[in-house]
Design a protein around this ligand. Sequence first.
Ligand SMILES: C/C1=C2N=C(/C=C3N=C(/C(C)=C4\N[C@@](C)([C@@H]5N=C1[C@](C)(CCC(=O)O)[C@H]5CC(=O)O)[C@@](C)(CC(=O)O)[C@@H]4CCC(=O)O)[C@@](C)(CC(=O)O)[C@@H]\3CCC(=O)O)C(C)(C)[C@@H]/2CCC(=O)O
Length: 210
Amino acid sequence: MSNARDYIREGAEIYRRSFAIIRSEADLSRFSGAAERVVVRMIHACGMTDLPRDVELSPDFAEAAEEALKRGAPILCDAKMVANGITRSRLPADNAVICTLDDPRVPAMAAELGNTRSAAAMELWRKHLEGSLLVVGNAPTALFHLLDMLDAGAPKPAAVIGIPVGFIGAAESKDALARDGRVPYLVVHGRRGGSAMAAAAVNALANPIE
Ligand SMILES: C/C1=C2N=C(/C=C3N=C(/C(C)=C4\N[C@@](C)([C@@H]5N=C1[C@](C)(CCC(=O)O)[C@H]5CC(=O)O)[C@@](C)(CC(=O)O)[C@@H]4CCC(=O)O)[C@@](C)(CC(=O)O)[C@@H]\3CCC(=O)O)C(C)(C)[C@@H]/2CCC(=O)O
């Protein structure tokens, strides 16, 4: 078969050129080391080189998240889209990737809580919470509910990637996480975020591709 169309076919070369374009177009001057890699990978997942202006990481986020992954901490995900985007084979300690949204108990729990299924599903994380890497890429209610659980004395995750997307509660839930300051955090302020970006942030922490 002839290769009539001219496009780049080699995966590693596609990544190399993408990252070079991102680094030439995005203002990454506020970030270094693992934090810079995370921001580059999030831009790679969404195509928006102006993303850095909305990104906020607590100073301890990158180290806490990397250390948690190396120690084998579970990765708790609000949506299956987040869980499925994480490259399992490259996790440093065969970390468990957990999403409880489809647990058959969740619809009844949501009705009882008077909240979404995404928020109710987090109640099933309690035994995994301590020292976990917690990732919210979709549901603002999940991020709000995490803060409610912490207020009520739930164990603390090692770090939280809080980047739900959307119009209702997304910006507010991320502001609340950043203002709360009890756990190391990564947020993208405003409406932007999403499962692909959240999974990309985990992949960057787990497996540095420059
Ligand atoms: C209000 C919800 C929002 N969902 C958004 C965007 C996307 N959601 C997709 C899908 C397939 C799912 N979303 C659910 C999490 C579902 N989405 C909600 C809820 C109604 C409430 C969450 C909240 O407000 O905090 C939520 C259902 C719930 O009771 O928790 C999902 C579970 C729905 C379902 O299929 O049953 C499902 C997640 C499946 C999974 O991966 O596990 C989209 C792909 C939309 C689509 O199908 O067209 C998209 C994905 C975005 C992403 O990158 O993750 C919003 C915009 C985030 C929105 C919340 C904010 C708003 O402004 O409305």
